[in-house]
Design a protein around this ligand. Sequence first.
Ligand SMILES: *[C@@H]1O[C@H](CO)[C@@H](O)[C@H](O)[C@H]1NC(C)=O
Ligand SMILES: *[C@@H]1O[C@H](CO)[C@@H](O)[C@H](O)[C@H]1NC(C)=O
Ligand SMILES: *[C@@H]1O[C@H](CO)[C@@H](O)[C@H](O)[C@H]1NC(C)=O
Ligand SMILES: *[C@@H]1O[C@H](CO)[C@@H](O)[C@H](O)[C@H]1NC(C)=O
Ligand SMILES: [Ca+2]
Length: 522
Amino acid sequence: MKVMVLQSIFMVFIIIMVIILSFAESNERKPPNLIIMLMDDMGWGDLGVFGEPNKETPNLDRMASQGTLLTDFYTANPLCSPSRAALLTGRLPIRNGFYTDNAHARNAYTPQEVDGGITSEILFSELLSKAGYYNKIVGKWHLGHQYKYLPLQHGFDEWFGSANCHFGPYDGKSTPDIPVFRNNEMIGRYYQDFKINLKTGESNFTKLLISEAVNFIKNASSSPKPFFLYWTPDSSHAACYASRDFLGKSRRGLYGDAVMELDYGVGQILNTLKELEIENNTFVFFTSDNGAALVSKTSAGSNGPFLCGKQTTFEGGMREPAIVWWPGVVPAGQVSYQPSTVMDLFSIALGLASVETPKDRIIDGIDLLPSWVQGKNIDRPIFYYRGNELMAARYGMYKAHFWCWTNSYDEFKQGIDYCPGMDLKGMTSHEQLNHTSQPILFHLGRDPGEKFQLNSQSDEYKKALQSIMAQVNDHRSTLEPGKPQLNMCDRAVMHWSPPGCEKLDDCLKPPPSKPYKCDWPH
Ligand SMILES: *[C@@H]1O[C@H](CO)[C@@H](O)[C@H](O)[C@H]1NC(C)=O
Ligand SMILES: *[C@@H]1O[C@H](CO)[C@@H](O)[C@H](O)[C@H]1NC(C)=O
Ligand SMILES: *[C@@H]1O[C@H](CO)[C@@H](O)[C@H](O)[C@H]1NC(C)=O
Ligand SMILES: *[C@@H]1O[C@H](CO)[C@@H](O)[C@H](O)[C@H]1NC(C)=O
Ligand SMILES: [Ca+2]
């Protein structure tokens, strides 16, 4: 009798042990965490590891030495909102609706008065959420600012940051100051509650974004759920800002101070992963949403050897600094030349989470993680859109320009120059030039700065153009442009009284609704 009792106690013990062990094992095998660090208007040439002469990014340089540097990584559009929409939807803005057709080849985004936002798209944050991930965005959203467009309605569990850029201050009469949100509620406004001193460039906002990220990782790491952190600080977007610890530290001025603080933040995030010993189960990616805004001249970032900057479809507008980091999985100190895009992050995220790709729509992203890891490149085209126009396309090392434009003479005469110090005939034009009948071709390996046009009579030109056109025709044959979301504006939709304003006693009276076609000058 005693023996039987002992035996059954022993059996219960064994069963409990098996349950505990299998639990521990399943915990071990939980899908990897995901961190995407997306900078604002930071250029390809801004990192020490990419050759910035002042070498002021030790944390990013270390990240690259511990991970893989991507030389040929592209955004999907040369400005904020469409680029960010492409990242989360895995689709070109012409498909996901983040463009305008009010006029030909115009850059559009989401200022406070825009009526549109992300609508019938599937965001990978939504798919990850369904697959059990815990998601947070820390920083700028830029996919529309009305309630239905905000992150918590699109797969994020938490948000700290703003729907727009930190423009301002405004008078609160013709335009309200831009709110900062926690989750679905405004908790204050830029310049009033979240100060940015435009004279000194001092602000503590990046500090807040760093501690939000670190605290989130600490909290989320103790949960059985994998996490996705989307870290999108905007201090490197004009007007740049940095906290007191970084002001005046850079040899590059305020822009450099902002970059140094962001670099410090990257270091804090990676160190947190190591302290928590979850670095081997966390995929980390660093990039920027578009090229450096050279319009700010000596206050701007750098696009290294590339032509022009933000707003243009030259390499300087769309090629981005990029580092992938995942100790034990992504080799350390490697360089990948694989042509890649922000939209690939959509497909990679689904791959990491073992989520099926939506079948009801065309996805422009590819799960290129194996290619980055193994150093085996696959051929794939890169499309350079500006608004509703395919301006250029790259395939292999060749890039063809079908349309060239920087901005209008009117803007240029006011001193707005997207290619300061760079002037190339037929390329950096202030009229929209249609080169479709004889595209301008460059070899991006021998000529990354797009200075030396291939001779259109040469065999090299003919062969390269043929292979690019095969890709373009293939692309066009499947293209169903999405409904443009950035056509209509209305001052009534601005953030006069977002949810949460009652608690702060900061609800402003909106003007009557008066929809109008937005004006996109460039
Ligand atoms: C930033 O925080 C410091 C320390 O709390 C404070 O002295 C400073 O005034 C803050 N700066 C701004 C611009 O809010
Ligand atoms: C910590 O994470 C859990 C989910 O894993 C969430 O419910 C909770 O609100 C978080 N706590 C803090 C303080 O962020
Ligand atoms: C992570 O992987 C690296 C390289 O494979 C190894 O040296 C390190 O000890 C691992 N860290 C943890 C916490 O397991
Ligand atoms: C651009 O040029 C192509 C080829 O000559 C022509 O078919 C097309 O209509 C032109 N587009 C515009 C908008 O002028
Ligand atoms: Ca940007």
